[in-house]
Design a protein around this ligand. Structure first.
Ligand code: ADP
Ligand code: MG
Length: 247
């Protein structure tokens, strides 16, 4: 079943009468239960693409359909995790997560927060402020805030790029374990990254974007067992193939 469809989506930015063509004619169908990684060189339009899918930017031309209906703006069915966590420094962990739930009754909020703090392994840190947390912890909060809306689609823009390698790999494994357990939403995982190894580790499918203006250069199914082993020969073959497409 098609969850998300992009039809001839292009995006240009005009700043002081200078036009930047960020993305050109993107056509994609994303199915239910797919985990999709989007890779491409820096500046090729990855953030632009994922922000359009999250309803935070509008295509200059073309259309995006969510479950068959045109996507016209932010939708609670699609939640985003940001590269720089986007936490408010003057709010503690609970208050930051609560920001995503202000339309829910208070008792329901508390329950959701407890549930998703547990999912991301942040119980016991309820009162902490961002200044007292590592990058990994901050991103766990960012993920909890997105997950607690129980979105059908979770989109993540370079969510691990400011974490050290070990922290990033741990968090990636945890997210995959959670996603594959199928106990809770989301149905679709979308990840933008410039890190090819991360894309092959996370994605059932890897979409390779060209240099700016980004268009779909390759769309590959990654046929590797899970959990994936980055030292596996076949894993490395996928990485090599994608790297050669990008460079
Ligand atoms: P990536 O995430 O792949 O590095 P971006 O989507 O951030 O790429 O940017 C793609 C291109 O669009 C870049 O050339 C960038 O400078 C430009 N761009 C992105 N956002 C804006 C904006 N708000 N205004 C003007 N240009 C932008
Ligand atoms: Mg980016």
């Amino acid at each position: 079943m098609v969850e998300l469809r992009l039809q001839n989506v292009s995006k240009e930015y005009v700043v002081e009468s200078k036009t930047t063509f960020a993305l050109q004619d993107i056509n994609l169908k994303i199915n239910k239960r797919e985990s999709v990684a989007i890779v491409g060189p820096s500046g090729c339009g990855k953030t632009t693409l994922i922000r359009m899918i999250a309803g935070l930017e509008k295509p200059t031309s073309g259309q995006i359909f969510l479950q068959g209906k045109p996507l016209l703006g932010p939708d609670p069915k699609i939640m985003m995790v940001f590269q720089n966590f986007a936490l408010l420094p003057w709010k503690n962990v609970v208050e930051n997560i609560e920001l995503g739930l202000l339309d829910k009754p208070e008792n329901e909020r508390a329950e959701m927060i407890r549930k998703y703090l547990d999912v991301v392994g942040m119980e016991g840190f309820e009162e902490n402020y961002p200044r007292d947390m590592s990058s990994g912890m901050k991103q766990r909060v960012g993920i909890a805030r997105a997950l607690c809306r129980e979105p059908d689609i979770l989109v993540m823009d370079e969510p691990f790029s400011s974490l050290d390698q070990l922290t990033a790999r741990n968090l990636q494994s945890e997210i995959l374990r959670f996603y594959h357990s199928r106990k809770l939403k989301p149905d679709v995982l979308m990840l933008v990254t410039h890190n090819v190894q991360e894309a092959v580790f996370m994605g059932d499918r890897v979409i390779v974007l060209s240099q700016r203006p980004g268009h779909v250069k390759a769309d590959m199914i990654i046929e590797l067992e899970r959990p994936r082993n980055i030292r596996d020969r076949k894993f490395q073959d996928y990485v090599d193939e994608i790297v050669s497409l990008i460079t």
